[in-house]
Design a protein around this ligand. Sequence first.
Ligand code: ACO
Length: 148
Amino acid sequence: MVASKFSTKPKICYRPIRPSDLETLEHIHTKLFPIRESEIVDLLGYDSAKSDQTLVYILTLGVVDTYRKLGIASSLIKEVIKYASSISTCRAVYLHVISYNNPAIFLYKKMSFKCIRRLQGFYLINGQHYDSYLFMYYVMGDDLLAHH
Ligand code: ACO
């Protein structure tokens, strides 16, 4: 692919990541997210050992800037939802997003994620606290059940 804007939507192909992708992925991740993998894992409060239900968590989602607004993130989220739907015990896909990240918030709303709550000071970046929103996509229609 060429690193310029496309006049038509490109065909998006997926493949599992390979060990040889690690360096590139680490480079992109460090550029897009001001937070290390080990720090993020500590942020997860859900203890899957205590429940027979499963949740799928999107830790980080990023698209290299020259490839943005082409539907790549939406397409990746659809794949995650498809994967989550294939797990019989899965109730939802969820994620956190920093409160000022409007492009991402628009994206998740467009993909029918529901904003569940605002978490005060969830992120600590360069010594400063930032709020996050918790977004959920209910895989088995629990959002409907919860309102009855
Ligand atoms: N401004 C407003 N809305 C936007 C923007 C933008 N710049 N970019 C995407 N959206 C919204 C729109 O609703 C868009 O739908 P539309 O095209 O019909 O208007 C929708 O998202 C889908 O856009 P995609 O093309 O699928 O998204 P893209 O592939 O460009 O990726 C992403 C979006 C991931 C937010 C990208 O901008 C990015 O990598 N940003 C930097 C990293 C980041 O912020 N990641 C998300 C953090 S939260 C987390 O990781 C769990």
